[in-house]
Write a protein that binds this ligand. Structure first.
Ligand code: IMP
Ligand code: MG
Length: 181
């Protein structure tokens, strides 16, 4: 375990098994369609890479660079589309993938944009969903794990840009958050 990590919340093996189930469900939803997968950078990178390798259906990958945390451990409340260029989504079947559903603002903003641009179907998949009241009315269609309302890192999720490469989901030691904040 990394020395900055207080405890592991979800280990690698458990994540892998859950991805098999998630992929199966996504396949059932989009079978027979050509899928556009919209990855919300950077947090969903690791999750998406592992999920998509379990999806043997025709699909394209597009990336959206969206930021709402700006380095801290609390959502800033503002969703910025840092780079919002997508190919035409009109009539497309779209799966939005994010690392975690927290306030819901990010997912709500991305889904709204996709519907406004004429997508035929928009579904969302998140690795983690925090058990808390959402600031935006949105829930994900496919959820890896429900977790409590605490700040986690690893498997794509960062604190101040670090820890995305941990192969598990963990909670940082309090003094690490204090030191880096
Ligand atoms: P929302 O818009 O508040 O739902 O936040 C979604 C984004 O905030 C996610 O894509 C993450 O990048 C970030 N985020 C939310 N909770 C955490 C956390 O516990 N650890 C790391 N990043 C988080
Ligand atoms: Mg993110």
């Amino acid at each position: 375990m990394h020395e900055d990590v207080e405890r592991v919340l979800i280990d690698e093996g458990v994540i892998e098994k859950r991805l098999d189930i998630l992929a199966e469900r996504v396949m059932r939803e989009f079978r027979g369609r050509e899928l556009m997968v919209v990855v919300i950078l950077k947090g969903a990178l690791v999750f998406t890479a592992d999920l998509l390798r379990r999806l043997p259906i025709p699909l394209e990958i597009e990336c959206l660079n969206v930021a709402s945390y700006h380095g801290g451990t609390e959502s800033s409340g503002q969703v910025d589309f840092l780079d919002a260029k997508l190919p035409p989504v009109e009539g497309r079947f779209v799966l939005v993938v994010d690392d975690i559903l927290d306030t819901g603002r990010t997912l709500a903003a991305v889904e709204k944009m996709l519907w406004e641009q004429g997508a035929q179907k928009v579904k969302s998949c998140v690795l983690l969903s925090k058990d808390k009241e959402r600031a935006a009315e949105v829930e994900a269609d496919f959820v890896g794990f429900g977790i409590g309302d605490e700040f986690v890192v690893g498997y794509g999720l960062d604190f101040q840009g670090l820890y995305r490469n941990l192969p598990y989901i963990g909670v940082l030691k309090e003094e690490v958050i204090g030191e880096l904040s």
